[in-house]
Ligand binder design. Sequence first.
Ligand SMILES: [Zn+2]
Length: 211
Amino acid sequence: MQTLSAAQRTFFEQAASTYQADLAGDTAVQEYLAKRGLSPALATFRLGVVRRPLVGHEQYQGRLAIPYLTPAGVVNLRFRCLEPHDCHALGCPKYLSLPDAGTNLFGVLDLKRDSPHIVVCEGEIDAISWSLAGVPAVGIPGVDAWQKHFGRCLEDFDVVYSAGDGDKAGAKFNSLMAREVKARPLRIPRGLDSNALYAQGGADGLRRLIE
Ligand SMILES: [Zn+2]
């Protein structure tokens, strides 16, 4: 696992704080998040929006900033497109990573929660949704981002569930998680993802899948 220099940590912390403050003054993005049930995540997950990009972050202007929070502070950030368009159809990268940052497991603060089970998700927003629903969850930024050492973080839980989206890529994610960490796949309805279920049905919309 990569270690960050003190300067990098300070820079990531400054980025997270700046974008969080930018979001506090941005009602349009606050509404976007509210529609997805994510308002509580503004404080707990320190979500932000890039309005005053730090040096080197100019290409993330206007994007949702998702900091990777750990007991040692912010160790990475990813940036999600907020445009009201179909990113895939336009060839717009829905998520952007920092070019010089490594790949981290998202949501590691949830690894310390007292629970017999944990949910592994395909992305940060889905992991946040489960976590807000009261179920510990971590996120992997895509199937290709899986790393063997992530599996060791999940060893303390009796049951690992995987919450791949209700599509082909989601099925692929669930098979990978079954192979790597013996995860039990959750039944996310076709065409939906964890956040959509959470936005529609609240905590119960997700919790009933594991009960
Ligand atoms: Zn886009």
